[in-house]
Design a protein around this ligand. Structure first.
Ligand code: 5RP
Length: 270
């Protein structure tokens, strides 16, 4: 496998189940995020026989996250299809949640629609819980996030929160991060410069054309990386001038993982 001087490795067929990662227990029944086709909408446990759709698994982890909600406290709410289902579950459960902080305009609109007031994070001192999804999560609870382009606000809220609860269907669990293209939010005038630097690190950045983040920036999705040292890679990419945030949540990973599997929701702690 080719390795760049900075430790970013091109995948070249390597799978996250590489024994070098030593994550057999976490991966038992290793599976990757399925491609977007109808067959891949099925999340198959491989041996127990039961089959649930990815949407069903997302709905189950979303509902399971309700037990982490602290009544009367401000709640941190992330972004994405799993979080959308969490907000639906929150509305149906009629818990005492009247105030939240949100990582995107999308979630803000959804929260407002169910009567939850969305506060400015600057006005919040105590944020016990942040609930959000992930695109990939590894055995150390490092994540790739930003598939929904909300990575910067997500990372800021995660930094403030005491407990980060990640809600994910089983396809998000990997041995090593990097199969999902790593989103990088970039100041628009720096797009070409940052792309060249990412190529120097061994990646293949693609501009997510047509996407403008809630902060008015653009997103580069970096393909072809495997990331054996997520903390180092997160820091290295952040040092490129023009990068606002990268989608590695390694320095501040998740504390709790609710993983939706065919036979139920598994709760794992770091
Ligand atoms: C948005 C994110 C999401 O948490 C991530 O993309 C997972 O999304 P989904 O729940 O739709 O699979 O980081 O920026």
């Amino acid at each position: 496998m080719a390795t760049s001087p900075l430790g970013l490795r091109l995948l070249q067929g390597a799978a996250p189940s590489d024994p070098a990662t030593g994550v057999d227990a976490f991966l038992a029944g290793d599976r990757f995020r399925p491609p977007a086709n109808i067959a891949a909408e099925r999340a198959d446990d491989g041996w127990r026989g039961a089959v649930k759709t990815q949407q069903e698994l997302k709905r189950e982890v979303a509902a399971a996250a309700l037990r982490f909600v602290q009544p009367g406290k401000v709640l941190g709410v992330g972004t994405g299809s799993t979080v959308d289902l969490f907000i639906d579950a929150l509305a149906a459960a009629k818990l005492d949640v009247t105030k939240a902080v949100s990582s995107s305009e999308r979630s803000t609109a959804k929260l407002a629609a169910i009567g939850v007031e969305v506060l400015d994070l600057n006005d919040v001192e105590d944020l016990p819980v942040y609930i959000d999804g992930a695109d990939e999560i590894d055995p150390g609870f490092h994540m790739i996030k930003g598939g929904g382009a909300a990575l910067t606000r997500e990372k800021i809220i995660a930094a403030v929160a005491t407990t980060f609860v990640c809600i994910a269907d089983a396809s998000k669990r990997v041995g090593m991060l990097g199969r999902f293209p790593l989103p990088v939010e970039v100041i628009p005038m720096a797009r070409a410069h940052v792309a060249r630097e990412l190529v120097r690190l061994g990646g293949q950045p693609l501009w997510r054309e047509g996407t403008v983040t809630d902060n008015g920036n653009v997103v580069l999705d970096v393909h072809g990386l495997s990331i054996p040292d997520p903390v180092a890679t997160e820091a290295r990419i952040d040092r490129i001038v023009g990068v606002v945030t990268n989608g590695l949540f390694a320095t501040r990973g998740a504390d709790v993982l609710l993983l939706g599997e065919s036979d139920g929701v598994r709760e794992l702690r770091r």
